[in-house]
Write a protein that binds this ligand. Structure first.
Ligand SMILES: Nc1ncnc2c1ncn2[C@@H]1O[C@H](COP(=O)(O)OP(=O)(O)OP(=O)(O)O)[C@@H](O)[C@H]1O
Ligand SMILES: [Mg+2]
Length: 254
């Protein structure tokens, strides 16, 4: 977390966190790291990348993805801790690392009988790994989608995990279907507006730029592509635009 003695050289940590699986944590972590990496290339060709994507996920979805991207095309380094402790703090302390994007797993409330206000992360291994990350997080991104099933877990994540720890956060609207969400008589996109209103009602800050739903994103992990490498097309341009704008918002919030 930031303090007044921080300098701009300090590693800035952006963490994707949302209790609900499948809301886009890994997609956002990899593509934000790709855009950030493109803007922060290594000083020499053999120097380490100043941008690192780290997965604490035991499934290692980040690893599967990144391993498919050709090394020379990957503008960031990646690390998969598989929940091992100590690796994230080392990265944060590493003067060569400028930006660290951390992908976390969806999590469960560990004890169903725990009191209402108990820490939902519990005390297991995953909890310790999450704790280590959250303590060092400068900005948490909480993805929600038009699927209402992601909203309650987002609220839970914010109210029970982020707020009690004083972690700064932004909600990111993901998988917005801009094609079917037509402009109405008031000049608004009703589905997008509903998602924004959900954030407003809760008093949650949100990124102005929603990430649109494109098949190309869903195919990307298998093909080992990040948004900066999608083959040229109108969709690729729009997909990139979403991530460039989100990356700017993230930088401004840091
Ligand atoms: N904007 C998008 N457009 C289309 N598909 C998307 C988009 N964002 C994510 N997806 C797809 O949705 C699925 C879930 O996304 P992702 O794996 O990033 O979620 P997650 O939050 O990391 O899930 P988990 O908690 O299980 O790790 C993936 O198949 C991914 O490719
Ligand atoms: Mg994931």
């Amino acid at each position: 977390m930031s303090s007044s003695t921080d300098t701009d050289d300090r590693t800035k940590v952006v963490t994707l966190v949302q209790q609900k699986g499948g809301s886009g944590k890994s997609t956002l972590a990899v593509n934000l790291a790709a855009v950030s990496g493109q803007n922060n290339p290594p000083e020499q060709t053999d120097a380490p990348c100043p941008v690192v994507a780290a997965g604490i996920d035991r499934q290692g979805s980040l690893e599967d993805w990144s391993a498919r991207v050709a090394e020379d095309r990957l503008p960031f380094d990646y690390v998969v801790t598989k929940g091992r402790l100590g690796e994230i703090p080392d990265l944060v302390e590493d003067p060569a690392v400028k930006r660290l994007f951390i992908d976390t797993p969806g999590f469960m409330e560990t004890d169903p009988d725990a009191p209402e206000d108990a820490d939902p992360l519990g005390s297991g291994n995953t909890a310790k790994a999450m704790e280590e990350v959250l303590e060092r997080t400068d900005l948490a991104l909480v993805p929600i989608t038009p699927e209402w099933l992601t909203h309650r877990p987002a609220e839970f994540t914010i109210e029970r995990v982020l707020k009690p720890r004083g972690v700064k956060f932004l909600v990111v609207i993901n998988m917005w279907d801009s094609g079917s969400d037509r402009v109405n008589a008031e000049g608004l996109r009703p589905e997008l507006e509903e998602l924004r209103n959900w954030c407003r009602r809760h008093g949650y800050p949100f990124a102005a730029q929603a990430i649109r739903r494109y098949k190309i994103h869903a195919k990307a992990p298998k093909e080992g592509l990040t948004v900066i490498q999608y083959p040229e097309s109108g969709t690729a341009l729009r997909a990139r635009e979403d991530f460039y704008k989100l990356a700017l918002t993230v930088e401004q919030a840091l």
